[in-house]
Write a protein that binds this ligand. Structure first.
Ligand code: ADP
Ligand code: MG
Length: 249
């Protein structure tokens, strides 16, 4: 049994079967990549893990508890955090102010935007945020306005915002999409660092094979809503079924 167990999940959008009998088990403290052509159902699967979508049938268990029927913030409090395809940070706020949001959300269980006003009184949380920023080498940028940062730094901040909640499972949906090579490499290094420094499991959806093969311990290939193959990276490279799935891309 893994820290995350998906069993027989099906999800339709009208006449379209986005997920068909998906089974997936992610072992604790590993990086598990989900790859597959556009429209394979990768984001749909991720949305089912975080409560944004509810599967038509099947089960999703995290650490022995079902996530189905729980609200996204409840799933977040269970220890699952998600990094979005485009960074979801507040451009008008400083780096530090952004960092306080997930800390308040975790403490209070709701997204309290007005919490920003009481940041100065929250010393413990502030120190926690600073330690995290130091960990991702962004402490010197703590008073910067987030909108003015590079895409790579925005991604780094978003990652820090997830990690400061101390999730046990981090879900990443194409974390390097649209990035220049240098920012992609920075993100790979950051994720490698996170992997070695922390007890954390990561499930990463990624198009860029360089990123996948740099990070993944195991890879699941999804095509037309169904897992085709699951194996270690060495066996995925050049796998005939994988090449077949990507033809037509
Ligand atoms: P991927 O992330 O692998 O590119 P998605 O999970 O986004 O694929 O999409 C899988 C399929 O489901 C696609 O055919 C997509 O058009 C369809 N789909 C995704 N979300 C919705 C939705 N909310 N309503 C209708 N169809 C959707
Ligand atoms: Mg997607």
């Amino acid at each position: 049994m893994g820290i995350l167990d998906v069993k027989d999940v099906n999800k339709r959008f009208g006449g379209l079967k986005a997920l068909s009998d998906v089974n997936l088990s992610v072992s604790e403290n590993t990086v598990h990549a989900i790859i597959g052509p556009n429209g394979a159902g990768k984001s749909t699967l991720l949305n089912c893990l975080v409560g944004k979508l509810i599967p038509d049938t099947g089960s999703v268990m995290f650490d022995g508890q079902s996530v189905l029927g729980r609200k996204p913030y409840e799933i977040n409090q269970m220890g699952i955090s998600r990094v979005f395809q485009t960074p979801e940070i507040f451009g008008d706020l400083t780096v530090m102010e952004n960092m306080m949001i997930p800390l308040f959300a975790k403490r209070d269980g709701v997204f309290r935007l007005h919490a920003i006003e009481s940041v100065s009184s929250e010393r413990g949380l502030r120190e926690q945020a600073e330690r995290m920023l130091d960990d991702v080498n962004m402490l010197d940028k703590r008073n910067m306005h987030s909108a003015s940062m590079s895409r790579g730094d925005k991604r780094r901040l978003e990652m820090a915002m997830c990690l400061v909640q101390e999730p046990r499972l981090l879900l990443l949906d194409e974390p390097t999409a649209g990035m220049a090579r240098a920012d992609t490499n920075n993100t790979i290094d950051l994720l490698k660092e996170i992997k070695t420094k922390r007890d954390i499991t990561m499930c990463i959806i990624e198009h860029d094979m360089h990123v996948v093969f740099s990070l993944a311990d195991r890879i699941t290939v999804l095509a037309q809503g169904t897992p085709l193959v699951e194996d270690v990276p060495e066996n995925i490279k050049g796998h005939p079924k994988v090449q077949e799935a990507y033809l037509g891309e």
